[in-house]
Design a binder for this molecule. Structure first.
Ligand SMILES: Cc1ncc(COP(=O)(O)O)c(C=O)c1O
Length: 383
């Protein structure tokens, strides 16, 4: 194992320095067994019984993520949605929860339909304003505050430390969807959050070749024990091969995220001044509403996600996406290849995305190629 003092880059590059003692392999084997041998005296001394609840294939990825987020325990899930919904399913019907108006649309839909039918009292508020959160909290009734920062698709920034204080003062937990920030830029648990969630499908894996989710907790408490049971009993369990791929992806996390951040900053600055663009939404721009908070809680960059609003409205925005040659027209984010998407088409009715908005996930291609391709697509769309 590595010395405890090593930096996060070394933790992820070497997956904590783990070696398979049986073979001296420096990458882990893929454990595929669904079940484990019981001892002759009817005990399970390995602590493993059945792979829906626990699987040695998860151990390394969970340990690496736990260290990067500076948490106590981590759990992998079959998807980001499985991870996020487990946090809510560990609550009880009647519990009041607060979530942002601007957030990953599919989770917002689930909260307003399934979770609400199931009995959670879900309230969506403007999380970028600490006073709004403070006023919406109902001490003794609010059990969970959910935030996402920066948040899809407007990259709205929430002050994690302020939200944690307000939530805790009211007796609620704070959970943070930190998919876009990644542990490279922000460690929400060190700012007071109780749970951090990742769609590991995105930056943690980084290669657009698996669906996975993860949660990390600051402490092993009663709620976390229920989250663990939700995974074991509902079965939103990751496959062994996917866990192995995820660990491989995380080895290059820091390099990929830093490259994406540097390019996103350049792209944002470049298109700010472009005649075909109405507005660029990116926390790294000094004029962006959440810039100061982002600068305080994101270290080393403002993320690889930005949105551009195209002059000419919806039709012009869709035409720009149609003319890109390098940017791939696809949903998702956080992969090594850059993606472009007309977000309102994906989210449908009720989306906070203006119709002229294109969401950009910046990959690790040469930034000048990305700028040139977007510029030619804007020129082509505007005829
Ligand atoms: C910020 C964010 N959270 C959660 C999710 C859900 O993750 P998954 O698609 O792995 O279920 C996504 C997926 O796009 C996301 O972008």
């Amino acid at each position: 194992m590595q010395p405890k003092s090593v930096r996060p880059e070394s933790v992820s590059a070497q997956a904590l320095g783990w070696i398979d003692e049986a073979t001296r392999a420096i990458t882990p084997p893929i454990h595929v067994s669904s079940t484990y041998l019981r001892d002759a005296d009817n005990q399970y001394r390995t602590g493993r019984i059945y792979a829906r609840a626990d699987n040695p294939a998860f151990d390394q990825a969970e340990a690496v993520l736990c260290r990067l987020e500076q948490g106590e325990q981590a759990l992998l899930f079959a998807s980001g949605m499985a991870a996020a919904t487990a946090v809510f399913q560990a609550l009880a019907p009647g519990d009041h929860v607060l979530a942002p108006k601007v957030m990953y649309w599919s989770l917002r839909n689930w909260l307003m339909t399934f979770a609400t039918h199931w009995g959670l009292d879900v309230e969506l508020i403007d999380m970028s304003d600490p006073a709004t959160l403070q006023a919406a909290l109902r001490p003794g009734r609010t059990r969970l505050v959910w935030i996402e920062t920066p948040a899809n698709p407007l990259w709205t920034v929430t002050d994690i430390a302020a939200a944690a204080k307000s939530a805790h003062d009211a007796g609620a937990l704070l959970a943070v969807d930190s998919t876009v920030a990644t542990p490279v830029l922000t460690q929400p648990l060190t700012l007071g959050a109780d749970i951090v969630m990742h769609a590991a499908t995105k930056y943690l894996n980084g290669h657009s070749d698996l669906i996975a989710g993860a949660l990390v907790t600051r402490s092993d408490n009663e709620h976390w024990q229920r989250v663990r049971k939700v995974r074991a009993q509902l079965g939103g369990t990751l496959g062994s091969f996917e866990a192995w791929l995820l660990l491989r992806g995380m080895r290059t996390l820091h390099l990929r995220v830093r490259a994406a951040c540097a390019s996103a900053q350049r792209i944002a600055e470049h298109f700010c001044a472009h005649a075909g663009v109405v507005e660029v939404l990116y926390p790294g721009l000094p004029g962006f509403a959440g810039h100061a908070v982002a600068a305080a809680q994101m270290q080393g960059g403002f993320g690889g996600m930005l949105s551009v609003r195209i002059r000419g409205g919806e039709a012009a925005a869709i035409a720009v996406a149609a003319h890109t040659l390098l940017w791939k027209r696809a949903t998702s984010l956080g992969g090594v290849e850059s993606l472009i998407e007309h977000r309102a088409s994906v989210e449908g009715a009720g989306t906070p995305a203006p119709p002229d908005l294109l969401r950009l996930s910046v990959g690790i291609e040469h930034v000048d190629d990305l700028i040139a391709d977007l510029a030619q697509a804007i020129a082509a769309a505007h005829g």
